[in-house]
Design a protein around this ligand. Structure first.
Ligand SMILES: *[C@@H]1O[C@H](CO)[C@@H](O)[C@H](O)[C@H]1NC(C)=O
Ligand SMILES: *[C@@H]1O[C@H](CO)[C@@H](O)[C@H](O)[C@H]1NC(C)=O
Length: 258
């Protein structure tokens, strides 16, 4: 669930090289501006033709899991998940230089709220130490000021000389704060307070610790599929693609309120 949110947030961040009009011809920047605006409006409805679910809010009714790895054995389910705030991103700054093909972006989600519940039972093995796990938790979590700052440069595709690829990529992300007010019905108040404060400080610490790995992870897992799509497009086609996609979403005229 969280991984999916991160991926969607990155998609938006990736597409956020600045919106300003500077010529009568449709530029990459103009097309991105239209694309992001249309994306924001489409999110409460989703777009079935592109397999995009409604994401403002993003909901998951029920998701069972059964995870076995060595001596670890966790079985449970996640239910009634609701993530709101994905359509409320702000573009703090951005730029695109048409001669160097270099783009920068700075995008922030002011507040994401995650509500839902999960149950898990089983045994967790940490370095040979076996820990029994039994949790039944109401999830109530808020992430504030989740910010993505990055830059990229378009280059020539390595597989198609007419196509594009992202040649250079650099990304950092920051979390302003995490407030968890989860409730595990198998624990008392003190236990719940303890775990919530642990989650809050650990989440922020984790964000700091993970910084050096963000760009390499993105390069390994996300860029190859983006580059494979880009290899079929030149700059004009990419610009037209963003503009056309924006028009399709706008024509669907989503009127659901997020
Ligand atoms: C998962 O959900 C079902 C309800 O459909 C419940 O009966 C079951 O006990 C849940 N918990 C676990 C740990 O599997
Ligand atoms: C684009 O980059 C070139 C080369 O670095 C620079 O000379 C030019 O001023 C830049 N253009 C804009 C609009 O920033």
């Amino acid at each position: 669930m969280i991984a999916k949110c991160v991926l969607l947030a990155l998609l938006v961040a990736f597409a956020s090289a600045s919106p300003t009009q500077d010529s009568s011809m449709l530029t990459y920047r103009d097309a991105l501006d239209m694309f992001l605006d249309a994306w924001k409006k489409m999110l409460p409805c989703g777009f079935a033709a592109d397999n995009i679910p409604a994401m403002a809010p993003l909901t998951v009714d029920f998701f069972p899991f059964d995870y076995v790895n060595g001596e670890t054995n966790l079985k449970g389910n996640v239910s009634n998940i609701r993530v709101s705030g994905l359509d409320n991103f702000q573009i703090l700054s951005g730029s695109y230089n048409q001669s160097t093909l270099h783009a920068t972006f700075d995008v922030m989600y002011p507040a994401l709220q995650i509500l839902g519940s999960y149950e898990v039972e089983g045994v967790l093995s940490i370095g040979g130490l076996l820990m029994p796990i039994r949790q039944k938790v109401l999830i109530n979590k808020k992430i504030t000021d989740w910010r993505f700052v990055g830059e990229y440069t378009f280059g020539q595709s390595l597989t198609n000389s007419n196509g594009l690829r992202i040649a250079d990529f650099n990304l950092q992300y920051f979390v302003g704060g995490v407030v968890a007010a989860n409730w595990d019905q198998y624990m008392d108040i003190a236990g719940n307070n303890y775990f919530n404060s642990f989650i809050n400080s650990f989440s922020v610490l984790f964000t700091e610790e993970i910084q050096p790995y963000v760009t390499p992870l993105y390069e390994k897992y996300v860029l190859p599929s983006i580059n494979s799509l880009l290899s079929n497009l030149d700059m004009t086609q990419l610009t037209n693609y963003f503009a056309m996609q924006a028009e399709l979403w706008n024509n669907a005229a989503c009127t659901v309120q997020a």
